[in-house]
Design a protein around this ligand. Structure first.
Ligand code: FE2
Length: 315
């Protein structure tokens, strides 16, 4: 049994040397500013999480990311784990309490309880007609206002590390993630990628909330956010492309493992952020699988993975 099981992923935390430039990128990516202090920037999506992205002022760095637990007793249990902090008051907008633990590569994993929830923002989407359902938008014209995609929530974090076996074991043993799919290259025990999801029993969750990639360097490959639907991925792409100042990393396409329609963009310091729509959703009834890399890391349609996407690891 793991030490605890976390219930959801909530925000990613980076450092950047210029909060104005970071806020401009994150706004074009589709987040809304919740609060900005002299040295921190908090951004939300359309969903009920108080914020889903935090930037601290400083040299570019990955700090870590945060999960939520619905039961405060889980904080008490985790606080006794070797190396964990005690239960701390979270002295940031939204409040709540947290326990911090350090994963094997030195990044900080925050486990949070009692943070304020906020009223969702209505993204005003229209129904989509199809052959199977030809009149879902009967009599109504589809008009999508130009603008950024609208991320609702954080979907997953992806870490590159030479210590993949130890790292994946930590996420499973300490915070209770479970394997959805592992990917090997060469010998079947040479794992080069591992997709892990929350364990919420019979409740369905995203195919992965943590992907670990074997890499010679250690750091962030990307943070990922769910947007409203597939149109939103494409409209968000158009918006970012038209700004003409951001680096496009990969997309648009549809993954095999996880099946999301994806699009990846780098922030001004090269850290990749993903928009996606339409993830597979699994529960305890789905068992783990093992795949060869050549079958797993391709796209069902769209742009094949780029070399720079595979090699972008930001410490
Ligand atoms: Fe992703």
């Amino acid at each position: 049994m793991p030490v605890i099981k976390v219930d959801d992923l909530t925000f990613g935390r980076l450092k950047a040397p210029d909060l104005d430039r970071m806020e401009e990128f994150l706004s074009d990516f589709g987040f809304y500013r919740v609060e900005r202090t002299a040295d921190k920037l908090f951004m939300r999506g359309t969903g009920p999480d108080h914020h889903i992205h935090v930037t601290e002022l400083g040299a570019p760095a990955l700090v870590g990311w945060a999960y939520r637990v619905n039961d405060r007793d889980k904080l008490k249990v985790l606080a006794k784990h070797p190396g964990a902090t005690g239960i701390e008051h979270l002295d940031e907008p939204g409040g709540g309490e947290r326990v911090c633990v350090t994963e094997p590569n030195g990044y900080r994993i925050e486990v949070i309880h009692g943070q304020q929830r906020v009223a969702p923002i209505d993204p005003k989407r229209q129904a989509v007609n199809s052959v199977a359902e030809p009149t879902k938008r009967a009599g109504e014209l589809m008009r999508i206002p130009p603008g950024p995609a609208r991320p609702a929530r954080m979907g997953h974090a992806v870490l590159g590390t030479p210590h993949i076996d130890e790292t994946v074991k930590w996420f499973r043993d300490v915070i209770g993630l479970v394997c959805s799919d592992d990917v090997y290259a060469g010998e079947k025990d040479h794992i080069i990628g591992s997709f892990n999801r929350l364990d919420c029993g019979d409740d369905y969750v995203d195919h992965h909330s943590f992907f670990c990639l074997r890499h010679e360097r250690t750091g962030l490959n990307h943070f990922s956010y769910e947007v409203q639907d597939i149109d939103d991925v494409l409209m968000g792409h158009e918006w970012l492309r038209a700004r003409n100042k951001y680096e496009h990393m990969w997309g648009i396409g549809r993954h095999v493992l996880g099946s999301q329609v994806y699009d990846y963009w780098a922030d001004p310091w090269g850290r990749t952020h993903e928009h996606w729509a339409d993830s597979d959703r699994l529960n305890a009834g789905n068992s783990a699988a093992l795949h060869a890399a050549e079958d797993a890391l391709r796209s069902q349609w769209g742009q094949p993975i780029t070399d720079k996407m595979l090699d972008r690891i930001c410490p």
